[in-house]
Design a protein around this ligand. Structure first.
Ligand SMILES: *Cc1c(COP(=O)(O)O)cnc(C)c1O
Length: 403
Protein backbone atom coordinates (compact mmCIF):
# COMPACT_ATOMS: atom_id res chain seq x y z
CA UNK A 1 0.00 0.00 0.00
CA UNK A 2 1.20 3.53 -0.82
CA UNK A 3 0.74 6.01 1.98
CA UNK A 4 1.40 9.67 1.13
CA UNK A 5 2.47 12.10 3.88
CA UNK A 6 -0.44 14.32 2.95
CA UNK A 7 -3.22 14.13 0.38
CA UNK A 8 -6.11 16.35 -0.67
CA UNK A 9 -7.76 13.68 -2.82
CA UNK A 10 -10.59 12.63 -0.54
CA UNK A 11 -11.26 16.20 0.65
CA UNK A 12 -11.58 17.33 -2.97
CA UNK A 13 -14.00 14.50 -3.68
CA UNK A 14 -16.13 15.49 -0.71
CA UNK A 15 -16.06 19.26 -1.26
CA UNK A 16 -15.58 19.33 -5.01
CA UNK A 17 -19.03 20.60 -5.96
CA UNK A 18 -19.10 23.25 -3.25
CA UNK A 19 -15.61 24.43 -4.19
CA UNK A 20 -16.46 24.50 -7.89
CA UNK A 21 -19.50 26.69 -7.40
CA UNK A 22 -17.80 29.02 -4.91
CA UNK A 23 -14.85 29.53 -7.25
CA UNK A 24 -17.05 29.92 -10.33
CA UNK A 25 -19.19 32.49 -8.56
CA UNK A 26 -16.14 34.68 -7.87
CA UNK A 27 -14.75 34.06 -11.33
CA UNK A 28 -17.97 35.19 -12.95
CA UNK A 29 -18.47 38.14 -10.61
CA UNK A 30 -15.30 39.81 -11.85
CA UNK A 31 -14.65 40.95 -8.25
CA UNK A 32 -11.19 39.46 -7.68
CA UNK A 33 -9.54 42.02 -5.39
CA UNK A 34 -11.39 43.04 -2.23
CA UNK A 35 -15.13 42.66 -1.85
CA UNK A 36 -17.66 40.67 0.14
CA UNK A 37 -16.15 37.22 -0.30
CA UNK A 38 -13.00 38.36 1.46
CA UNK A 39 -14.78 40.46 4.08
CA UNK A 40 -17.04 37.49 4.82
CA UNK A 41 -14.10 35.15 5.28
CA UNK A 42 -12.28 37.63 7.49
CA UNK A 43 -15.33 37.88 9.75
CA UNK A 44 -15.77 34.13 10.00
CA UNK A 45 -12.08 33.55 10.63
CA UNK A 46 -11.95 36.23 13.33
CA UNK A 47 -14.94 34.59 14.99
CA UNK A 48 -13.24 31.18 14.83
CA UNK A 49 -10.16 32.70 16.49
CA UNK A 50 -12.14 34.54 19.14
CA UNK A 51 -10.77 37.92 18.06
CA UNK A 52 -12.65 40.99 16.79
CA UNK A 53 -10.32 41.45 13.80
CA UNK A 54 -8.83 39.28 11.05
CA UNK A 55 -6.92 40.70 8.09
CA UNK A 56 -6.47 38.44 5.09
CA UNK A 57 -3.11 38.62 3.35
CA UNK A 58 -1.16 36.67 0.81
CA UNK A 59 0.77 34.26 3.04
CA UNK A 60 1.66 33.26 6.57
CA UNK A 61 5.04 34.90 6.05
CA UNK A 62 3.38 38.21 5.24
CA UNK A 63 1.05 37.80 8.22
CA UNK A 64 4.17 37.76 10.44
CA UNK A 65 5.66 40.76 8.62
CA UNK A 66 2.43 42.74 8.92
CA UNK A 67 2.20 41.98 12.65
CA UNK A 68 5.82 43.03 13.25
CA UNK A 69 5.45 46.21 11.21
CA UNK A 70 2.03 46.94 12.69
CA UNK A 71 3.55 46.78 16.18
CA UNK A 72 6.33 49.14 15.14
CA UNK A 73 9.14 46.58 15.29
CA UNK A 74 12.09 47.32 13.02
CA UNK A 75 15.82 48.01 12.81
CA UNK A 76 17.66 47.80 16.12
CA UNK A 77 14.95 45.66 17.72
CA UNK A 78 15.32 42.06 18.86
CA UNK A 79 12.61 39.41 18.72
CA UNK A 80 13.02 36.22 20.75
CA UNK A 81 11.94 33.07 18.92
CA UNK A 82 12.98 29.52 18.15
CA UNK A 83 15.23 28.03 15.51
CA UNK A 84 13.25 24.77 15.35
CA UNK A 85 10.63 26.10 12.95
CA UNK A 86 10.05 26.83 9.30
CA UNK A 87 12.54 29.44 8.03
CA UNK A 88 9.81 32.08 7.55
CA UNK A 89 9.50 32.60 11.31
CA UNK A 90 12.93 34.21 11.46
CA UNK A 91 12.92 35.50 7.90
CA UNK A 92 9.93 37.74 8.73
CA UNK A 93 11.80 39.25 11.69
CA UNK A 94 14.79 39.99 9.44
CA UNK A 95 12.55 41.29 6.68
CA UNK A 96 11.42 44.20 8.90
CA UNK A 97 15.03 44.96 9.80
CA UNK A 98 14.90 43.47 13.31
CA UNK A 99 17.14 40.66 14.61
CA UNK A 100 15.88 37.19 15.51
CA UNK A 101 17.26 35.95 18.84
CA UNK A 102 17.04 32.19 18.95
CA UNK A 103 16.60 30.26 22.15
CA UNK A 104 16.40 26.51 22.48
CA UNK A 105 13.23 24.42 22.57
CA UNK A 106 11.97 22.04 25.25
CA UNK A 107 13.06 18.47 24.81
CA UNK A 108 9.59 17.02 25.37
CA UNK A 109 7.34 19.54 23.58
CA UNK A 110 9.67 20.89 20.85
CA UNK A 111 8.33 24.37 21.69
CA UNK A 112 10.09 27.50 22.94
CA UNK A 113 11.89 26.80 26.24
CA UNK A 114 9.91 29.19 28.40
CA UNK A 115 12.43 28.89 31.24
CA UNK A 116 15.10 30.37 28.97
CA UNK A 117 13.17 33.42 27.74
CA UNK A 118 14.06 35.83 30.55
CA UNK A 119 17.80 35.22 30.22
CA UNK A 120 17.58 36.20 26.53
CA UNK A 121 15.85 39.54 27.14
CA UNK A 122 18.06 42.60 26.53
CA UNK A 123 17.27 46.33 26.39
CA UNK A 124 16.70 45.84 22.62
CA UNK A 125 14.11 43.09 23.01
CA UNK A 126 10.71 44.19 21.77
CA UNK A 127 8.72 41.01 21.27
CA UNK A 128 8.38 37.28 21.84
CA UNK A 129 7.43 35.13 18.87
CA UNK A 130 6.41 31.65 20.05
CA UNK A 131 5.67 29.07 17.35
CA UNK A 132 2.84 26.59 17.87
CA UNK A 133 4.92 24.01 16.05
CA UNK A 134 3.22 20.98 14.51
CA UNK A 135 -0.11 22.34 15.82
CA UNK A 136 0.89 22.02 19.47
CA UNK A 137 -0.03 25.15 21.43
CA UNK A 138 2.67 26.76 23.54
CA UNK A 139 1.82 27.68 27.13
CA UNK A 140 0.45 31.12 26.37
CA UNK A 141 -0.39 31.95 29.97
CA UNK A 142 3.28 31.74 30.98
CA UNK A 143 4.52 33.42 27.80
CA UNK A 144 2.10 36.35 28.13
CA UNK A 145 2.98 36.73 31.82
CA UNK A 146 6.69 37.06 30.98
CA UNK A 147 5.87 39.51 28.19
CA UNK A 148 3.74 41.62 30.50
CA UNK A 149 6.43 41.70 33.19
CA UNK A 150 8.98 43.00 30.65
CA UNK A 151 6.63 45.14 28.53
CA UNK A 152 7.16 43.02 25.44
CA UNK A 153 4.79 42.34 22.58
CA UNK A 154 3.70 38.80 21.74
CA UNK A 155 3.30 37.67 18.15
CA UNK A 156 2.08 34.09 17.82
CA UNK A 157 3.25 32.10 14.81
CA UNK A 158 0.08 30.05 14.34
CA UNK A 159 0.92 28.96 10.79
CA UNK A 160 0.70 25.26 11.69
CA UNK A 161 -1.95 25.63 14.33
CA UNK A 162 -5.30 26.62 12.81
CA UNK A 163 -7.92 25.04 15.09
CA UNK A 164 -5.60 24.76 18.12
CA UNK A 165 -6.31 26.27 21.50
CA UNK A 166 -4.53 26.74 24.82
CA UNK A 167 -6.60 26.51 28.00
CA UNK A 168 -9.76 26.58 25.91
CA UNK A 169 -8.86 29.83 24.14
CA UNK A 170 -7.88 29.74 20.44
CA UNK A 171 -4.24 30.30 19.55
CA UNK A 172 -3.75 33.70 17.96
CA UNK A 173 -6.08 35.34 20.48
CA UNK A 174 -3.53 35.32 23.34
CA UNK A 175 -0.84 37.60 21.99
CA UNK A 176 -0.97 41.08 20.47
CA UNK A 177 -1.28 39.40 17.06
CA UNK A 178 -1.72 35.85 15.76
CA UNK A 179 -0.40 34.92 12.33
CA UNK A 180 -1.90 32.12 10.23
CA UNK A 181 -0.93 30.44 6.96
CA UNK A 182 -3.36 28.93 4.47
CA UNK A 183 -0.63 27.10 2.55
CA UNK A 184 -2.33 23.97 1.19
CA UNK A 185 -0.77 21.53 3.69
CA UNK A 186 -1.71 23.55 6.77
CA UNK A 187 -4.79 22.59 8.79
CA UNK A 188 -6.89 25.11 6.86
CA UNK A 189 -5.46 25.27 3.36
CA UNK A 190 -6.31 27.47 0.39
CA UNK A 191 -5.79 26.50 -3.26
CA UNK A 192 -2.50 28.37 -3.28
CA UNK A 193 -0.89 30.89 -0.95
CA UNK A 194 -2.86 32.80 1.64
CA UNK A 195 -2.64 33.99 5.23
CA UNK A 196 -4.30 36.07 7.91
CA UNK A 197 -3.38 38.00 10.99
CA UNK A 198 -5.81 38.32 13.88
CA UNK A 199 -5.79 40.81 16.74
CA UNK A 200 -7.91 42.55 19.35
CA UNK A 201 -6.71 46.17 19.03
CA UNK A 202 -8.71 48.03 16.37
CA UNK A 203 -5.91 50.56 15.74
CA UNK A 204 -3.41 47.75 15.13
CA UNK A 205 -5.92 46.04 12.83
CA UNK A 206 -6.29 49.24 10.83
CA UNK A 207 -2.51 49.72 10.56
CA UNK A 208 -1.98 46.16 9.35
CA UNK A 209 -4.84 46.49 6.87
CA UNK A 210 -3.22 49.60 5.41
CA UNK A 211 0.27 48.08 5.34
CA UNK A 212 -1.10 45.12 3.36
CA UNK A 213 -2.21 47.55 0.64
CA UNK A 214 0.78 49.86 0.08
CA UNK A 215 0.35 51.80 3.33
CA UNK A 216 -2.73 53.34 1.80
CA UNK A 217 -5.52 54.45 4.17
CA UNK A 218 -7.52 55.83 1.25
CA UNK A 219 -7.08 55.57 -2.46
CA UNK A 220 -3.74 57.00 -3.59
CA UNK A 221 -2.89 58.49 -0.22
CA UNK A 222 0.19 56.65 1.13
CA UNK A 223 1.05 57.29 4.75
CA UNK A 224 3.50 54.41 5.08
CA UNK A 225 5.71 52.14 2.99
CA UNK A 226 3.73 48.93 2.86
CA UNK A 227 3.31 45.87 0.70
CA UNK A 228 1.07 44.37 -1.91
CA UNK A 229 -0.19 41.55 0.28
CA UNK A 230 -3.87 40.92 -0.26
CA UNK A 231 -5.81 37.70 0.08
CA UNK A 232 -7.37 36.94 -3.31
CA UNK A 233 -11.15 36.65 -3.58
CA UNK A 234 -10.71 33.24 -5.23
CA UNK A 235 -8.72 32.00 -2.22
CA UNK A 236 -11.24 33.52 0.19
CA UNK A 237 -14.00 31.63 -1.66
CA UNK A 238 -12.13 28.35 -1.18
CA UNK A 239 -11.49 29.16 2.48
CA UNK A 240 -15.16 30.04 3.05
CA UNK A 241 -16.11 26.54 1.90
CA UNK A 242 -13.48 24.87 4.05
CA UNK A 243 -13.57 26.85 7.31
CA UNK A 244 -16.76 25.19 8.65
CA UNK A 245 -14.95 21.82 8.49
CA UNK A 246 -11.85 22.92 10.39
CA UNK A 247 -13.13 21.69 13.76
CA UNK A 248 -14.03 18.22 12.50
CA UNK A 249 -10.77 17.94 10.55
CA UNK A 250 -8.82 18.72 13.71
CA UNK A 251 -10.86 16.04 15.55
CA UNK A 252 -9.91 13.54 12.85
CA UNK A 253 -6.26 14.51 13.13
CA UNK A 254 -6.48 14.09 16.89
CA UNK A 255 -7.96 10.59 16.58
CA UNK A 256 -5.15 9.59 14.20
CA UNK A 257 -2.53 11.07 16.52
CA UNK A 258 -3.99 9.29 19.54
CA UNK A 259 -3.82 5.99 17.73
CA UNK A 260 -0.19 6.56 16.71
CA UNK A 261 0.58 7.52 20.28
CA UNK A 262 -1.09 4.37 21.64
CA UNK A 263 0.44 1.95 19.20
CA UNK A 264 3.95 3.37 18.91
CA UNK A 265 4.53 4.29 22.52
CA UNK A 266 6.26 1.00 23.38
CA UNK A 267 8.60 0.81 20.39
CA UNK A 268 12.13 0.92 21.75
CA UNK A 269 13.82 2.44 18.68
CA UNK A 270 11.74 5.59 18.54
CA UNK A 271 10.60 8.23 21.01
CA UNK A 272 7.48 10.38 21.05
CA UNK A 273 6.86 13.88 22.34
CA UNK A 274 5.07 14.14 25.66
CA UNK A 275 1.32 13.77 25.24
CA UNK A 276 0.08 17.10 23.97
CA UNK A 277 -2.46 19.35 25.64
CA UNK A 278 -6.09 18.97 24.70
CA UNK A 279 -5.91 21.89 22.26
CA UNK A 280 -3.20 20.31 20.05
CA UNK A 281 -4.32 20.52 16.42
CA UNK A 282 -1.86 17.91 15.08
CA UNK A 283 -0.66 19.44 11.83
CA UNK A 284 2.15 16.88 12.13
CA UNK A 285 2.76 13.71 14.08
CA UNK A 286 6.46 13.49 14.79
CA UNK A 287 8.53 10.58 16.05
CA UNK A 288 12.17 10.78 17.10
CA UNK A 289 14.73 8.25 16.02
CA UNK A 290 17.81 8.53 18.23
CA UNK A 291 21.04 7.63 16.54
CA UNK A 292 22.99 4.46 17.02
CA UNK A 293 24.75 3.23 19.02
CA UNK A 294 22.83 4.92 21.86
CA UNK A 295 19.61 3.32 20.71
CA UNK A 296 21.25 0.66 18.56
CA UNK A 297 17.77 -0.42 17.59
CA UNK A 298 16.46 1.27 14.50
CA UNK A 299 19.18 0.42 12.06
CA UNK A 300 20.95 -2.30 14.03
CA UNK A 301 24.23 -0.82 12.88
CA UNK A 302 23.36 -0.66 9.18
CA UNK A 303 23.12 3.07 8.66
CA UNK A 304 25.61 5.43 7.06
CA UNK A 305 26.72 8.90 8.15
CA UNK A 306 24.55 11.68 6.73
CA UNK A 307 25.87 14.67 4.83
CA UNK A 308 23.84 17.35 6.65
CA UNK A 309 25.57 16.50 9.89
CA UNK A 310 28.97 17.12 8.34
CA UNK A 311 27.91 20.13 6.25
CA UNK A 312 26.01 21.99 8.97
CA UNK A 313 27.76 20.83 12.13
CA UNK A 314 24.74 18.85 13.34
CA UNK A 315 24.47 15.60 15.28
CA UNK A 316 24.52 12.42 13.23
CA UNK A 317 21.13 11.61 11.70
CA UNK A 318 21.97 8.16 10.38
CA UNK A 319 19.23 6.07 12.03
CA UNK A 320 16.49 8.58 11.22
CA UNK A 321 17.61 8.78 7.61
CA UNK A 322 17.82 4.97 7.46
CA UNK A 323 14.31 4.56 8.82
CA UNK A 324 12.92 7.16 6.40
CA UNK A 325 14.45 5.32 3.48
CA UNK A 326 13.20 1.92 4.66
CA UNK A 327 9.68 3.31 5.11
CA UNK A 328 9.85 4.78 1.62
CA UNK A 329 10.75 1.38 0.20
CA UNK A 330 7.68 0.00 1.99
CA UNK A 331 5.53 2.65 0.22
CA UNK A 332 5.26 4.99 3.20
CA UNK A 333 6.34 8.58 2.61
CA UNK A 334 7.51 10.64 5.54
CA UNK A 335 8.90 14.16 5.79
CA UNK A 336 11.62 15.72 7.91
CA UNK A 337 10.46 18.96 9.52
CA UNK A 338 13.19 20.33 9.69
CA UNK A 339 16.57 18.84 8.79
CA UNK A 340 18.63 22.04 9.31
CA UNK A 341 17.75 24.44 12.13
CA UNK A 342 17.35 28.08 11.18
CA UNK A 343 20.38 29.22 13.19
CA UNK A 344 22.65 26.88 11.18
CA UNK A 345 21.29 27.96 7.79
CA UNK A 346 23.85 29.63 5.52
CA UNK A 347 21.57 32.68 5.28
CA UNK A 348 22.05 33.27 9.02
CA UNK A 349 25.78 32.59 9.21
CA UNK A 350 26.23 36.28 10.08
CA UNK A 351 24.40 35.82 13.40
CA UNK A 352 27.22 33.57 14.58
CA UNK A 353 25.35 30.67 16.18
CA UNK A 354 27.94 27.89 16.07
CA UNK A 355 27.48 24.13 16.24
CA UNK A 356 26.15 23.15 19.66
CA UNK A 357 24.75 26.62 20.42
CA UNK A 358 21.18 25.27 20.60
CA UNK A 359 21.73 21.62 21.47
CA UNK A 360 18.11 20.43 21.82
CA UNK A 361 17.13 22.04 18.52
CA UNK A 362 20.15 20.55 16.77
CA UNK A 363 19.48 17.08 18.14
CA UNK A 364 15.81 17.28 17.13
CA UNK A 365 16.77 18.19 13.57
CA UNK A 366 18.81 14.98 13.44
CA UNK A 367 16.10 12.79 14.95
CA UNK A 368 12.63 13.90 13.87
CA UNK A 369 10.46 12.19 11.30
CA UNK A 370 6.87 13.22 10.51
CA UNK A 371 4.51 10.33 9.85
CA UNK A 372 1.57 10.55 7.43
CA UNK A 373 -1.28 12.51 9.04
CA UNK A 374 -4.22 14.24 7.41
CA UNK A 375 -7.93 14.08 8.24
CA UNK A 376 -8.80 11.59 5.51
CA UNK A 377 -5.96 9.13 6.25
CA UNK A 378 -7.75 5.76 6.33
CA UNK A 379 -7.35 3.28 9.13
CA UNK A 380 -5.96 0.80 6.58
CA UNK A 381 -3.29 3.35 5.66
CA UNK A 382 -2.51 3.95 9.31
CA UNK A 383 -2.35 0.15 9.86
CA UNK A 384 0.30 0.03 7.14
CA UNK A 385 2.38 2.80 8.73
CA UNK A 386 2.24 1.21 12.18
CA UNK A 387 2.98 -2.30 10.87
CA UNK A 388 5.96 -1.08 8.86
CA UNK A 389 7.36 0.80 11.86
CA UNK A 390 6.90 -2.19 14.14
CA UNK A 391 8.66 -4.39 11.65
CA UNK A 392 11.54 -1.99 11.02
CA UNK A 393 12.10 -0.72 14.51
CA UNK A 394 11.10 -3.91 16.27
CA UNK A 395 8.37 -4.32 18.82
CA UNK A 396 11.20 -5.31 21.08
CA UNK A 397 14.96 -5.18 20.89
CA UNK A 398 15.54 -8.85 20.00
CA UNK A 399 13.25 -8.84 16.96
CA UNK A 400 14.97 -5.72 15.57
CA UNK A 401 18.37 -7.26 15.81
CA UNK A 402 17.08 -10.44 14.21
CA UNK A 403 15.36 -8.55 11.37
C1 LIG B 1 4.14 27.64 6.81
C2 LIG B 1 4.77 28.41 7.89
C3 LIG B 1 5.02 29.79 7.80
C4 LIG B 1 4.85 30.57 6.52
O1 LIG B 1 3.60 30.45 5.93
P1 LIG B 1 3.46 30.71 4.35
O2 LIG B 1 1.99 30.80 4.16
O3 LIG B 1 4.06 29.52 3.68
O4 LIG B 1 4.17 31.96 4.03
C5 LIG B 1 5.52 30.46 8.90
N1 LIG B 1 5.79 29.81 10.04
C6 LIG B 1 5.60 28.48 10.17
C7 LIG B 1 5.89 27.83 11.49
C8 LIG B 1 5.10 27.74 9.10
O5 LIG B 1 4.93 26.43 9.24
Amino acid sequence: MQVPPFSLGEQLRQLGDALDSAVLEVLRSGQYIGGNTIAGFEQSFAAACGTPHAIGCNSGTDALILALRGLGIGPGDEVITTSFSFFATAEAISAVGATPVFIDVEDDTYLIAIDRIEAAITPATRALMPVHLFGRPADMERICAIAAAHELRVIEDCAQASGAHWAGQPVGSWGDAGCFSFFPTKNLGAAGDGGAVVCRDPALAQRMRELAVHGMPRRYLHTDLGYNSRLDALQAAVLNVKLPYLGSWVEQRRAIAERYQRELDDLPGIALASIGPEGHSWNQFVVRVPRCPSSGVACAGRCAPSSDSADFGLPEACCRDWLKQQLQEAGISTIIYYPIPIHRQPAYANLGYGPGSLPVTERLCAEVLSLPIFPELTSAQQDAVIAALRQLVGADKSSAVAA
